[in-house]
Ligand binder design. Structure first.
Ligand code: PLP
Length: 394
């Protein structure tokens, strides 16, 4: 069967090969003294807190399960607006908030609404692989620009200017980033946006990990800069609702109607049950629980990263958010007699029963040296993983 070019251009998600191999091995070693530890998974190990679960059950019991507006329940858009006001001190009217089936649908809508075939979108290398595929699915070209530790693995205004060409339409940044957990400095972002705006381009910010920020220098939404910035967010990470498929984006007023038309036709609406449940995320009791969990993520980072550094898995930039560590494994790989992060990940999986994600999916520049650890696992599991890695690499 002849595939459309846009489908052919989507690269395989190599991480899934690692995940499949890890699950297979996990079954084999489940009853051994050393069952598999999964540090490859990019989702919180917590589930939705009690009030959220109860709100979902109530919505189902009461039969509140019909389609909603394509842009989401008005009450939920209001709650999200309130969250921006209370948490970030930024006024974002509910009318500019479009609720979607996760950040993934939000990114799809934004790309379909704004990108013409052949338009270029500048992105940092490394970055979350699906984001460049949303660009390709809209028939645009994602241009990956290699970044350095000194740049916190983010684009700089100078690099954006250097790579801006006649076909460039804008930038797509994630802050904090997956796989590095590092954020773009607010001053640099202001410079980037100033340049992009002057070029008549678009600044797209994936802020899905913003709720999980641990450093006041970086924990601000880009929406504070300008109402022309497009921000993508989600209930998946801070709100611990990955499989519920709920997110949102904030757009300039003129984009709401076109996005609504697209959303009506492509999705009808986001999950109604998930939306009713998400209303309870903003209750003080739920927020208190989310903040307790955020502190737990921070404590894991604070404990685990020095362990990695001590065993020669250098983390060049301490993450200021999310639950990842981007570690250079070149020396450690040599010690194990393998080359590159792909083989290193498989070696660690086979010999220590610790699953990690090799850098390959996240870009092309330096990803052969790096692996991504996820600290979205209990402190006990992180401690056991560190003990096994230390013994292996000694
Ligand atoms: C940077 C980034 N953007 C977007 C997504 C997609 O998230 P969602 O579950 O909201 O679709 C992820 C998921 O891991 C991510 O890491």
């Amino acid at each position: 069967m002849r595939l459309a070019r846009r489908a052919e251009r989507i690269e395989p998600f190599y991480v899934m090969e690692v995940a499949k191999a890890a699950s297979q091995l996990a079954r084999e070693v489940a009853r051994s003294a050393s069952p598999m530890i999964f540090l490859n998974i990019g989702e919180p190990d917590f589930t939705a807190p009690p009030l959220v679960q109860e709100a979902a059950a109530r919505a189902i019991r009461d039969g509140r399960t019909q389609y909603t507006d394509a842009t989401g329940l008005h009450a939920l858009r209001e709650r999200i607006s309130g969250w921006y006001r209370e948490r970030f001190g930024v006024a974002v009217p509910a009318s500019r908030i479009v609720v979607t089936a996760g950040a993934s649908a939000a990114l799809q809508l934004a790309c379909l609404a704004l990108i013409e075939a052949g338009d270029e979108i500048l992105m940092p290398d490394p970055s979350y692989p699906c984001n460049r595929h949303f660009v390709s699915a809209a028939e645009g070209d994602a241009v990956l620009i290699p970044t350095t530790a000194a740049e916190r693995y983010q684009l700089s205004a100078a690099k954006v200017e250097e790579h801006w060409g006649p076909r460039t339409r804008g930038v797509l940044l994630a802050s904090p980033s997956n796989p590095t957990g590092t954020s773009i400095h607010p001053d640099e972002l202001r410079r980037i946006h100033g340049f992009v705006k002057a070029k008549g381009g678009i600044t797209l910010l994936d802020e899905i990990y913003l709720g999980l920020s641990y450093d006041d220098t970086f924990g601000h939404t880009a929406l504070a800069l300008d109402d022309q910035v497009i921000s993508i967010n989600s209930f998946s990470k801070y709100f611990n609702m990955t499989g519920w498929r709920l997110g949102w984006l904030v757009v300039p007023e003129v984009l709401v109607a076109p996005l609504e038309r697209l959303a009506q036709n492509l999705f009808i609406c986001p999950s109604t049950v998930a939306q009713h449940a998400a209303l309870a995320c903003f209750e003080p009791e739920s927020i208190a629980e989310y903040e307790r969990r955020r502190a737990e993520f921070q404590a894991r980072r604070d404990w685990f990263i020095p362990q990695l550094q001590a065993m020669g898995l250098a983390v060049p930039v301490v993450p200021d958010g999310a639950f990842y560590a981007w570690a250079d494994c070149a020396d450690a790989a040599q010690r194990l007699g393998v080359e590159g992060s792909w083989d290193f990940a498989f070696e660690v999986m086979r010999r220590a029963h610790v699953a990690v994600t090799p850098g390959r999916d996240f870009g092309h520049a330096d990803t052969g040296r790096f692996i991504r650890f996820s600290t979205a696992n209990s402190m006990a599991q992180l401690q056991e993983a560190a003990t096994r890695l230390e013994a292996l690499l000694r």
